[in-house]
Design a protein around this ligand. Structure first.
Ligand code: ADP
Ligand code: MG
Ligand code: MG
Length: 305
């Protein structure tokens, strides 16, 4: 089981006198749970998502983001691991390294790339993740070896051509078919070119499929419900439930509206106001928000302060 732990996170827009947006966010998401993060427009939800992923538009000015892994999460790694391989400080890592460790942030609108099918795109994403993982967990070892070497230079053997566990076409097709079945998706979808002519709803479904393929520890889904008609909302919701139930993914489901929570039953609900998580509860909190809006949360938070 993996745990994403955010402690007292502060962030601002990465420019001189950039606006302070996150003001001490505390939030913990464990794999296998769905957390709904709600809040009015402008409260900092999307910024939190992007800071978790390592978006360069934001500068972190305080706090930490930790990812704790267990044996299960590193079962694919063929190297001797030490304690550090189970506890990562994400703020010290590049976006692609965070992704390789199991953080998924929907590539919300990957560009249309001429001549690249969905299939090729996903296969490439999967291979890139596998390569990066190998490097991350082996780098650690190489560094440790270098430290032990009292001559002060790295005597580890030169890297040969990556003995990459490239996923073959047949194996990939097999995984893809399984995931598409899990999500109830039409195989024809995959032959289409990346995002060319995809409807808004299809793009959202793609995002869930990407998350299913990459099997992240924690998937951050930002407003995946926006602009969906009811049928597509149900499809997407079914997919999100499957991420949790069938592959134990933790989901941080960012949403402005309660509507999707009729189909995706959250294990935890959090409210963000002015760059802080000011209230947490169970599914009943989302219902209360639907009935009463956010004003009472603001009053409660104000009284507590
Ligand atoms: P939410 O997703 O909850 O609607 P955001 O995280 O998108 O909120 O934005 C929070 C606040 O930060 C808003 O006032 C927004 O205008 C501001 N903001 C976010 N990103 C930037 C940016 N890159 N440059 C300037 N202001 C930004
Ligand atoms: Mg705080
Ligand atoms: Mg937003």
């Amino acid at each position: 089981m993996a745990t994403l732990e955010i402690n007292d996170l502060h962030a601002r827009v990465a420019e001189e006198d950039g606006e302070r947006i996150l003001r001490g966010v505390d939030l913990t998401v464990e794999s296998g749970d769905i957390h709904a993060l709600m809040g009015p427009n402008g409260s900092g939800k999307s910024t939190l998502a992007k800071v978790i992923a390592g978006h360069p538009a934001y500068e972190v000015t305080g706090g930490e983001i930790l990812l704790h892994l267990d044996e299960e999460d590193v079962a694919d790694i063929d190297a001797e691991l030490d304690d550090e391989d189970y506890h990562w400080k994400l703020l010290e890592l590049e976006p692609n390294e965070r992704a390789a460790l199991g953080i998924f942030l929907g590539f919300q609108y990957p560009a249309e790339i001429e001549g690249v099918t969905m299939t090729n795109f996903l296969r490439q994403a999967l291979n890139a993740k596998a390569d990066e993982r190998e490097e991350l967990f082996e780098d650690e070892e190489a560094e440790a070896d270098a430290d032990e070497d009292d001559e002060g230079y790295d005597t580890s053997p030169m890297e040969g051509p990556a003995d990459d566990g490239e996923i073959g076409v047949a194996e990939f097709q097999q995984i893809l078919s399984e995931k598409m079945e899990l999500l109830d998706m039409d195989e024809k979808f995959m032959q289409r070119y990346l995002n060319a002519g995809f409807s808004g709803g299809e793009k959202k479904q793609n995002e869930v499929l990407q998350a299913a393929m990459l099997e992240p520890a924690v998937a951050v889904l930002d407003e995946i419900d926006s602009g969906l008609d009811i049928d597509r909302l149900q499809d997407v919701s079914k997919g999100i439930n499957a991420l949790r139930d069938e592959q134990g993914t933790g989901v941080l489901q960012i949403t402005h509206y309660q509507r999707i929570l009729d189909y995706v039953e959250p294990d935890h609900v959090h409210v963000m106001l002015d760059g802080e998580v000011v209230k947490s509860g169970g599914a009943e909190l989302a219902e209360k928000l639907e009935d009463k809006g956010y004003d009472w949360v603001r009053e409660d938070a104000f009284e507590a302060a």
